[in-house]
Ligand binder design. Sequence first.
Ligand code: B1M
Length: 230
Amino acid sequence: MIDDILELIRENVVQGRITQEDEGMEEGMEGQPGVTELTEKALALGINIHDIINKGLTAGMELVGQKFDAKEYFIPDMLASGQAVGAAMEILEPHLAKSGIKTKGKIVVATVKGDLHDIGKNIVSILLRGAGYKVIDIGNDIDTQTIVDAIRTEKPQFLGLSALLTSTMMTMANTIQALDKAGLRDKVKVIVGGAPVSEEFAKSIGADGYGADGFGAVRIVKSLASDEDK
Ligand code: B1M
C-alpha cells in the first residue's frame, strides 16, 4: 500500500499532474488523484514524510531529468513537474514545522547568479524551517553582492548556496571569496549543495559543509551549529 502510493506520487510528478482535474501527458488520467491528493492520502495513512519527499517527489523529478536527457521531455514538461512538487511541498510544510519550538540559528539561502533552478533550494529551506531554523530565502539567480549584503544585514550563522548547473558552480567559490574580501567570511558558515556539487568540490572552494539532499543539509547545519543553535 505504502509503496503503491509512493509509486503513484512519482508517476504523477512525471506527468506534471497537480490535482485530479489535470490531464497529464498520457490519456485517461483526468479524474484520478494528482500529486496533491496523493500527498494528502499519504499523510493520512501515516507514511513517513522523508519517504514522501525522497521516494515520491524527488525520485519523480529524477525520472523527469532522465526524460529530459533522452529528449522525451522539454522545458515546459520540467516546469509542470516542478510545480507539482512545489504544490506537494506546500502541503507537507506545516507537518514538518515543529510547533512551539524556539527558533534555532538563522540561515540565508540562495541559488547563485545565472541559475534559475529553485526546487531543490525550496525543499532545503522547508526542511530547515521544519527543523526549527529561521530561513531567509533570498531567491534564485542572486548575484554575489546581494548575497554579501544579506549576510551583512541579516547577520545569520549560516549561508546556504545552491547551484544546479556546472556553469554556475564556480559562482559559489566567487561568493566565498567575496565574503572574505568583505571581512565577513569568519562570521558565517557556508553550506553548499545541488546536483553537480560534491563533498570534494565543497572542500576545494573552502565551504564549511555540503548537503547531498535536504535532509543532509539539515544534518550538516546541526553539526556545525553552536550548542544553543543545534
Ligand atoms: Co534544468 N537542467 N535547465 N531546468 N533541470 C538540469 C539541472 C540538467 C541536469 C538537465 C539535464 O540536462 N539533464 C541540466 C544541467 C546540466 C549541467 O549543467 N551539467 C539543466 C539545463 C541544461 C538547463 C537549461 C540550461 C536548459 C536550457 O534552457 N537549455 C536551463 C538553465 C536555466 C538557468 O538556470 N539559467 C534549465 C532550466 C530548467 C527549468 C527552468 C525548466 C527547470 C527549473 C524549474 C525550477 O527550478 N523552478 C529545470 C529543471 C526542473 C531541471 C531538472 C529536470 C530537475 C531539477 C530539480 O528540480 N530536481 C534537472 C535534471 C536533474 O536534476 N535530474 C535539470 C529536483 C530537486 C529536488 O533536486 O535541485 O538536485 P535538486 O536539489 C536537491 C539536491 O541537489 C540538494 O537537495 C535538494 C533536495 O533533495 N540541494 C542542496 C540542492 N540545493 C542544495 C543546497 C544545500 C544542500 C543541498 O545547501 C545549501
